[in-house]
Design a protein around this ligand. Sequence first.
Ligand code: ADP
Length: 333
Amino acid sequence: SSAVSLENVTRRFNGVPAVDGLTLDIPDGEFFSLLGPSGSGKSTCLRLIAGFEQPDSGVIRLHGTDTASLPPYQRDVNTVFQDYALFPHMSLLDNVAYGLMVKGVGRAERMVRARAALARVELRDVLNRKPAHLSGGQRQRVALARALVNEPRILLLDEPLGALDLKLREQMQGELKTLQRELGITFIFVTHDQGEALSMSDRVAVFDQGRIEQVDTPRRLYFQPRSRFVANFVGSANVIGGELARELTGENGVFAVRPEFARISVSDRPARSDELSVTGELSNILFQGAITRYELVLAGGTRFSVSETHPVRSSIQEGIALGQRLTASWPRT
Ligand code: ADP
């Protein structure tokens, strides 16, 4: 069954659609991400599901129920925001139990549920601390516990890791994925970070200007992007079209080559029949630790990037110099 379904949903601000005729179906128990550049409508979509915004047209259903007349607090949904908004004078336990108090849950049950929620996010040892004495990662976990204590069937997460440094963000990605699997509830996760979306999600919707370009599993988005926008936004891509595409494939059209699918070699290397290749001048070597990116400028000025996970064979590496002619080749598909 569907946890969330949107049918032709539009939301305009000052006449301009932020979300434009969106249709989307998210099954129960899925880790689903909304991925796209800033301003593409992801947060508006999340706020529509939460009930903080009303659609101008279209229907939003939660577990089959039309939400048109459901205020946010009557929806089986909780949101985790990036800005944690914790009460500074309260302990973690009280911060997490607060929402239950507002709902009229008795003290004994509040404490049991708040402790359980804090244990879920690995904070059972710091229940009595005040927010000021927590690290950024711990504060993020409290924000999660505050949402989980309500036992929602759907958890909405709006760039929850955006304020954390890279190491912590990677660690939290693993923890969130594990948490979602253990709870078995639906997570809807907003991010502009493609790596984050790919690593955690069962499926991802790629947003551009209020519309969805593609909804797919991370692997399909990566290996079979259906548009130039998706190819460029999810990972990076050398997009080849026009005359060059005709020369290479004998056909009209546009295709994309991922930098890491290609290899570089000195240009007099004989071409293999199971490969395609282009030749150009080396314009940049960008060392990035795990990979090195080589930028070639092809005839006509097209740029082509190749990423190698290991230093290139020493014969190339030793003699390599900017301005040198190199060949980039990749398997025919
Ligand atoms: P994203 O989350 O992808 O960054 P948003 O959903 O926040 O995108 O915004 C989509 C578009 O809608 C943007 O152009 C934004 O400026 C506009 N927008 C969002 N909320 C409001 C609002 N409350 N008032 C006016 N414009 C808004």
